[in-house]
Ligand binder design. Structure first.
Ligand SMILES: [Zn+2]
Length: 340
């Protein structure tokens, strides 16, 4: 099977998030239509299906034996297994000779939740021109992805040359997935990790879509806005129903880091209805997975998948939370390395 690789983006997420005051869904729909029309127009479902090149980096769960005699697996064995898994899953993609069956048959086993989460952040060459952007993103992710249920392994992968800065199409058109696939077999200097591989570009944040995610793969524009974020600890924090939400103004840099979190959430298997909107006095606050869909009249959901109803947002001041909702955190807690 030599030639064009066509692998189903089963869990691809096309976003209408535009980083502005309201979501623009039309462009997202257009993107889906375009992708479908070049392949199989019959493949339409409530869950967006996009065809194209994809990469699936799945975690192989290492067997840990807590039997009182210590860990039976050596570090070397763990690394060898992880490397083998990546190569096995990605080798064909890099050479354009992938067998869909080979990729698809792995990772279906029911697995335990992960106890270690690997997240790596890269920046495009143009994004790297904004001083400190990678470290700022790392600082925010460190604060916002640290939970009791996993050890966060967060790293900066460096600078990547890409042919475009659009934060969505660099993934949806296959370039970033293909770069990761090549890296997984030792080509190109990009070394993917098991859980979330995020590329930050200098893409615009005014017209949707501004980011895109596949399982374990995400990208987003807005490097200039991310570089303008204050240090995380300068953000305002408030308490809501026993949980600490960090509620922050609906301003461009904050919207951009929220969309970045949103795409990372997708890469780990979260969906929009893991998010919520809640009242805080006269303000309505949207959490990362719902984001600006909270104010999109075309968004049909009226409650989270955990059952929390969304209060009407009409006319109230908008604010954002950078903390995942309880529902989303519950989803992350059950993340087993393959998706939710
Ligand atoms: Zn989304």
């Amino acid at each position: 099977m030599r030639g064009t690789v066509s692998i189903e983006y089963r869990d691809a997420t096309t976003d209408g998030l535009d980083g502005g005051r309201s979501a623009v869904a039309d462009d997202a729909v257009g993107l889906v239509s375009k992708a479908d029309s070049t392949s199989d127009p019959t493949r339409r479902s409530p869950n967006v299906t996009v065809l194209g090149r994809a990469v699936v980096v799945r975690r192989e769960r290492q067997t840990r034996t807590a039997d009182g005699n210590g860990d039976m697996d050596t570090e070397e064995t763990d690394e060898e297994r992880a490397g083998f898994t990546r190569r096995q899953l990605l080798a064909g993609l890099a050479g354009s000779t992938a067998s869909v069956a080979t990729v698809g048959t792995l990772g279906y086993a029911r697995l335990d939740p992960v106890d270690r989460l690997e997240v790596r952040v890269w920046v495009s060459e143009r994004a790297a021109a904004y001083d400190g952007v990678a470290e700022r993103v790392r600082e925010y992710l460190e604060a916002l992805l640290s939970y009791d249920y996993w050890e966060l392994d967060l790293s900066v992968g460096g600078t990547v040359a890409v042919s475009r800065e659009d934060g969505a199409s660099v993934t949806s058109d296959g370039e970033w997935p293909a770069t990761l696939a090549s890296g997984a077999v030792g080509l190109g200097g990009v070394d993917p990790v098991a859980d979330a591989n995020l590329l930050v570009t200098d893409g615009q944040m005014t017209t949707a879509p501004t980011g895109f995610a596949l399982p374990h793969v995400a990208s987003v524009g807005g490097a200039r806005h991310l570089a303008a974020l204050p240090p995380f600890d300068e953000l305002e924090g408030v308490r809501d129903g026993g949980a600490v939400h960090r509620i922050v103004p609906d301003e461009r840099p904050v919207r951009t880091i929220q969309i970045l979190l949103h795409e990372v959430g997708h890469a780990l298997g979260l969906d929009h209805d893991h998010g919520v909107v809640f009242r805080d006095g006269e303000r309505v606050v949207a959490t990362p997975m719902l984001s600006s869909y909270a104010w999109d009249p075309d968004y049909e959901g009226d409650r989270s998948r955990c059952g929390r109803e969304y209060p009407p947002a009409d006319g109230r001041e908008r604010a954002l939370s950078l903390a995942f909702s309880t529902c989303a955190r519950r989803g992350l807690e059950s993340y087993d390395g393959t998706g939710l």
